[in-house]
Design a protein around this ligand. Structure first.
Ligand code: EPZ
Length: 416
């Protein structure tokens, strides 16, 4: 199992190009099932998760080829509606094929996603929304099963703001009979980007960017040629790593609005941030100041930056209080950061972080995608050598991370 060896103590300096967004690419790849034909998606990051989604599409009968960061997805041959447990268990987002299969083929057999590194991640809103649209769904042998389904428009309000359930119901509604009204939808840029792609395929969606969507079903959609938006979480991770190492970094190929909340927190911590049309420059002080963070759905600070903000706080001057309101038990990185010398007290879904002058390198274990990013950041700031085990978690969501970090002067290498 691959590991990363990092020798810390150097500021990150230079320019880095940010990849396409994992969390925008996955729903758009699922949406290609809605329109029979040849689709072209550009700026698709090379990640374990996009590779897994390619396998899900191929399992359903699609043909997928890659040229650099572009995918060609031919969905004319889609002829089966089963997404197997073997694939879904490795990546929850595989559930995104459920609505497109029901909409296109009138049937689906999709494995229920299993557990996750941290706490329960139910899909009850996905199922309740589809049932409100007339889908009779059964749970059989761990699979969500629907047969002879004709989706029809409905009004559905989300009790909780959910990215995944919003995406699912948008894809169900675009080919449904009649109009669908979705209330209290997620506003994440990934959701709006999916809406833009669906409209480019011929869908009729009003209210994108607001909490209320009105979707008029159409008879058919056409294939699309689209570019995936930049990865705001990758960009915010690099910005936070710069803050932790007293660095000076320019992030290229980004949209500042997509990660404005974390940028504001880093400014509060003492960073100077220059926002340009497609770039952001971060210049950090010798030591960041402590800042408090409460994670929220977009446009708030995303839960996917909670671990990274805890890492910044671990070396900050003062005490920070970091609360995760989205995933109350997403703290598997805390004991590992403590191994590097961080002083963190956990009280339920709140971490109280007393900043220390210096962290020291040690062997640590990655537990999930963003937790592993926080360990990489802490290792970059720590004195001496850190070896991070199980970095397959990182490969799920960060493209060529060690290459990009080395390009910014970091001493980092992958150990097979
Ligand atoms: C998406 O997950 C992201 N994944 C996650 O990023 C991210 O942490 C999360 O949104 C929140 O921003 C992808 O985009 C592939 P949700 P998702 O449905 O869609 C509750 C990463 O690191 N909920 O918005 O699964 C749920 O328990 C990953 O890249 C229900 O109760 O998250 C949570 O508390 C990790 N019932 C809240 O809603 C449901 O049916 C938000 O979850 C669905 C969700």
């Amino acid at each position: 199992m691959d590991k990363l060896r990092i020798t810390g103590g150097r500021p990150l300096e230079g320019t880095v190009r940010i990849s396409g967004a994992k969390n925008a690419a996955l729903p758009v790849m699922a949406a290609t099932l809605l329109a029979s034909g040849v689709h072209r998606l550009r700026n698709v990051p090379k990640l374990r998760d996009t590779q897994t989604f390619i396998r899900v599409l191929e399992t359903l009968g699609a043909q997928v080829s890659r040229e650099g960061d572009a995918l060609t997805i031919d969905t004319r041959g889609v002829n089966t509606f089963e997404a197997p447990y073997e694939l879904v268990k490795t990546m929850r987002a595989s559930i995104y094929v459920l609505a497109p299969l029901l909409a296109r083929l009138g049937a689906a057999r999709v494995s229920l996603p299993g557990g996750c590194a941290w706490g329960p991640r139910p899909v009850n809103l996905h199922l309740a929304g589809l049932q409100a649209m007339g889908a009779k769904l059964e749970i059989e042998h761990g699979y969500i099963v629907g047969r002879d389904i004709r989706l029809r428009g409905a009004t559905f309000g989300f009790d909780v703001v959910s990215v995944g359930a919003t995406v699912q119901l948008m894809m169900a509604a675009v080919l449904a009979e009649g109009a669908t009204v979705l209330e209290n939808v997620a506003l994440e840029p990934d959701v709006t980007a999916l809406g833009d792609v669906l409209i480019a395929c011929g869908a009729r969606i009003e209210g994108l960017g607001t909490r209320r969507l009105v979707i008029q079903g159409v008879n058919a959609l056409r294939p699309v040629d689209a570019a995936i938006i930049p990865d705001r979480i990758e960009a915010a991770t690099f910005a936070a790593a710069t803050a932790m190492t007293a660095g000076k970094v320019r992030l290229e190929g980004v949209t500042a609005d997509h990660f404005e909340a974390p940028l504001r927190k880093l400014e509060e911590a003492g960073c100077t941030i220059l926002r340009e049309s497609d770039a952001v420059s971060v210049s950090a002080p010798r030591r960041p100041k402590a800042v408090d963070v409460v994670t929220q759905p977009f446009p708030g600070v995303p839960t996917d930056m909670q671990a990274q903000m805890i890492a910044v706080s671990a070396v900050a001057a003062g005490t920070s209080v970091i609360e995760d309101t989205i995933y109350v038990d997403r703290f598997t990185h805390v004991p590992e950061l403590a191994r590097l010398g961080a002083d963190i007290e956990l009280k339920g879904n709140v971490a109280v972080v007393k900043g220390v002058e210096r962290l020291s390198g040690a062997p640590v274990m990655a537990t999930d995608l963003r937790a592993s990013a926080s360990l990489v950041m802490a290792a970059l700031a720590a004195e001496g050598e850190t070896v991070i085990d199980r970095i397959y978690h990182l490969d799920r969501g960060y493209e060529a991370l060690e290459v990009k970090l080395a390009g910014l002067g970091a001493r980092v290498e992958r150990l097979a």
